[in-house]
Design a protein around this ligand. Structure first.
Ligand SMILES: Cc1ncc(COP(=O)(O)O)c(C=O)c1O
Length: 298
């Protein structure tokens, strides 16, 4: 086994901390064949998971949207995340929780009785975009976010990442660091693993989260900017508007606040006042006093 399969440490699997390399699934797991899995990506700063309960609530919601009957409660999930952090002696880290439909009596599409499993892994992670400090460049992907009538967009479901992987592979082949995806109507949606914001004339514009994941970082950033009296406009944004914006950045648990310096071959942005403001506000929020951190912007 190579890479992530070949590490030391502990993984929380269905209630127990097991050795990293023993956390395995059967090849006939339903999730392997039909993408019946949902997940969360979280970051802990100084051992405290930022917006931990919000992530646990979203995980439970994703399970419910995919009709997966999770036997672990919100408090179980919260405790399990702490156990993983402590069991691996981590402080600043990324946590990946995954829930999936496992192997059982059915190998067909319908497998309501197959058991539902949960695992939580954590590891040290630096910046998601290697180019974060210099800013990300985004390819304009030909792949689109689906119609909400095709799949529930608020489920953080593995199935939705199939097109994201295609988009990001195509971007990287052209030496972009990420990809901007449109929604099924052709409006700007988000990047492959982060939400997008634009700024001009002292105001902030971001697409309405109805065809893509309403990121917890996105919601945090909107609240932080609004508290500063900065007008955040959630609206449909057409790709034709790309040249009209002055600044652009991505938000996400992994990406945190990543400035965007280029979209496609024609549009260029420079991180200025608004990007710096949002970066500072977010950094203070995640690094703030431990006790207040999770309550502050909820
Ligand atoms: C497709 C997609 N959109 C948006 C986000 C941002 O979500 P959050 O801020 O909750 O991490 C993510 C991050 O996981 C993502 O994968």
């Amino acid at each position: 086994m190579d890479g992530f399969g070949n590490r030391d440490g502990k993984i929380w699997l269905d209630g127990d901390l097991v050795n990293w390399q023993d956390a395995k699934v059967h090849i006939l797991s339903h999730a392997m064949h039909y993408a019946s899995s949902v997940f969360e990506g979280e970051r802990a700063y100084c051992g405290v998971v930022f917006k931990s309960r919000e992530h646990a609530i979203r995980l439970i919601k994703s399970c419910s949207l995919l009709e997966m009957d999770l036997s672990f409660s919100l408090d179980d999930i919260e405790q399990a995340k702490q156990d993983v952090i402590q069991g691996n002696s981590l402080e600043d880290c990324y946590l990946r929780t995954i829930v999936w439909r496992g192997v059982g009596k059915n190998m067909g599409v319908s497998a309501p009785q197959n058991p539902i499993h949960m695992a939580i892994c954590a590891w040290r992670m630096g910046e998601y975009f290697p180019s974060k400090k210099n800013g990300a460049s985004l390819d304009i992907s030909k792949w689109r976010r689906p119609d909400p009538l095709s799949f529930p967009p608020q489920a953080k479901a593995s199935a939705l990442y199939a097109t994201a992987t295609l988009a990001k592979h195509a971007a990287e082949r052209q030496e972009f660091s990420g990809a901007l995806m449109m929604d099924y109507r052709g409006y700007i949606a988000e990047a492959t693993g982060a939400n997008i914001f634009f700024a001009k004339d002292g105001e902030v514009h971001t697409p309405i989260a109805k065809t893509f994941l309403n990121g917890i970082t996105r919601q945090t950033v909107i609240a932080l900017l609004s508290q500063q009296g900065i007008h955040v406009i959630e609206r449909d944004i057409r790709p034709e508007e790309l040249p009209t914006f002055d600044e652009c950045w991505l938000t996400g648990t992994a990406a945190e606040i990543t400035p965007v310096i280029q979209i496609g071959h024609d549009y260029f942005y420079e991180p200025k006042t608004m990007t710096n403001t949002v970066t500072d506000l977010y950094s203070d929020a995640v690094q703030g006093p431990k006790v207040e951190r999770n309550a502050m912007y909820s």
